[in-house]
Design a protein around this ligand. Structure first.
Ligand code: GDG
Length: 466
């Protein structure tokens, strides 16, 4: 359906919240892609004639603006070279590793930066065109950090919010970035800049004082041109009802029992669910589990690990190297500790339907979430939401944003400390039912009252109500 109207609420994100579906006769339609962000913003979209500006995910793809699910969608085209330099390059091989504690070395290339700037300008122009007079514009994530300032230049009448889904690094790391001032000035175009954790908001404020002409008092930054930009944490969450609805489906409960049977009905099922990303600490958890088997703290009959590693950023070199390393590690562990029909680690390099994922969450006695750095980590919250039976234990890295909220009920761990991780895994496996129930109740109390809708409401209230 064609649409050309202006919108009073505009979301700007790297990707549009839809996937193209091609029918057998070659005709194409759009299907809303799964994800908490679009679910949370859908009611706001409906109420305010919302528009979403983003890339379709295919090269040189520029369909005319169209509507689906009460949203106007505005596609921003990217050429193959821009996908390579702006997306795989500057976003995922410069900013992503820099913002995640330089776990792998960020690469700094001037032509990647040029493409990042050019693409950010295109997104800003598209948003400026679709936004109504005085509209609210909500810009998402690290791929679009220049958009707030570019958009303000084009449209000073707009109210602009920005939310960063990933960590924001401390000065010692951010200082490496050759374009650090431009990125900070880009973000300072917003009225409100949201982060996952308090520490990230602090990092941002002190960096603006150091590298721009702004001054700051608490979490309010005063720009050289006299505007006030607020910085604050808004910990993101999940669509709790999506998970609880799936859990209440008989198929999901049955499938969960079936999965346990299929893996040999061990006493303990340990589960990891992650994009195959070097930030997620998959190797660290495999190492700890392998050492537990090697030291005979547990036997392969007692405990089985299932690791879903969803394919991700497969054209970026660091991800290819990571895949080789993890697959070597899994192969060695299964060679050493597995038997016919009974691997020690079930490694699944594919993407699953939500119902299958939730079945897995219900099967897991110990959910192992061990990122070396993570903005939030939604899987930890999804596990808690899925455990309506009040069973299971969550092992959670202190380096995930989720640790701020779930620290009391989870088993917190430093994933670099392999002995500590081994002890924690054992403690989580050996937990008494009563303690597990008490911890899970505590976790659920928080997650059920802090879902994604609350996150969106809090952010938009802070943006609009100032
Ligand atoms: C970034 C930040 C922050 C995973 N495998 C499958 C699948 N998933 C779903 C999970 C979860 C989502 O993907 C992953 O979210 P995370 O939060 O765990 O991690 P990132 O992708 O790195 O997300 C992160 C987040 O943004 C939000 O702000 O929390 O820190 O890095 O929902 O369940 N979903 C399906 N099949 C899979 O195989 N359908």
């Amino acid at each position: 359906m064609e649409s050309t109207g202006k919108s009073t609420f505009v979301v700007v994100a790297n990707r549009l919240p839809v996937d193209r579906v091609t029918a057998a006769d070659g005709s194409t339609t759009w299907r809303r892609s799964p994800g908490g962000l679009v679910t949370a913003l859908a009611p706001v979209m409906r109420a305010y004639d919302g528009a979403w500006v983003g890339w379709t995910g295919s090269a040189d793809d520029a369909p005319a603006p169209f509507s689906t699910d009460d949203m106007d969608l505005v596609a921003v085209p990217l050429s193959p070279e821009e996908i390579n330099r702006y997306y795989e390059g500057f976003s995922n091989a410069t900013l992503w590793p820099l913002y995640h504690d330089v776990i792998v070395a960020p690469e700094y290339h001037r032509e990647w930066w040029d493409a990042y700037r050019r693409v950010n300008e295109r997104f800003a122009r598209a948003a400026a065109e679709v936004a109504d007079e005085g509209a609210v514009v909500f810009v998402q994530d690290y791929q679009l950090q220049l958009v707030p300032a570019l958009l303000r230049q084009l449209r000073p009448d707009l109210k602009i919010g920005f939310f960063l889904h990933i960590p924001f690094p401390p000065t010692e790391l951010f200082a490496q970035l050759p374009w650090r001032r431009q990125i900070l000035e880009g973000l300072l175009g917003a009225d409100l800049v949201g982060f996952q954790r308090e520490g990230a908001a602090d990092n941002f404020v002190s960096l603006t004082e150091r590298y721009t002409d702004a001054t700051a008092e608490d979490r309010r930054v005063r720009t050289a041109d006299g505007r006030t930009v607020r910085a604050r944490q808004f910990p993101i969450s999940i669509d709790v009802s999506e998970i609880t609805d799936l859990v209440s489906e008989p198929d999901v409960v049955m499938r969960s029992a079936h999965i346990r049977d299929e893996i040999g009905s061990p006493k303990h099922v340990l589960l990891g669910v992650d994009r195959l990303d070097y930030t997620k600490g998959i190797g660290h958890r495999l190492k700890a589990f392998g050492e537990l088997l090697a030291g005979e703290d547990i036997t392969p009959d007692e405990a089985v690990m299932v690791q879903v590693a969803t394919p991700s950023r497969e054209r970026v070199e660091a991800y290819q190297t990571l895949r080789d390393e993890i697959e070597l590690q899994v192969g060695r562990m299964n060679g050493e500790y597995g038997r016919i029909g009974q691997p020690a680690v079930h490694y699944l390099h594919s993407s699953y339907e939500r119902a299958e994922l939730v079945s897995l969450l219900r099967t897991a006695d110990v959910m192992v979430v061990t990122p070396l750095r993570d903005g939030m980590n939604l899987v930890a919250k999804e596990y808690v939401a899925a455990r309506t039976d009040l069973r299971g234990a969550l092992v959670l890295s202190e380096f995930a944003g989720a640790a701020d909220e779930l620290g009391d009920g989870a088993f917190l761990v430093n994933p670099h400390d392999i002995d500590g991780l081994k002890r924690t895994l054992l403690a989580a496996m050996r937990i008494e039912d009563a303690e597990a129930e008490q911890r899970m109740k505590q976790l659920r109390e928080h997650v059920l009252t802090h879902d994604i809708t609350r996150w969106a409401d809090d952010f938009l209230a802070a943006l609009i109500g100032d």
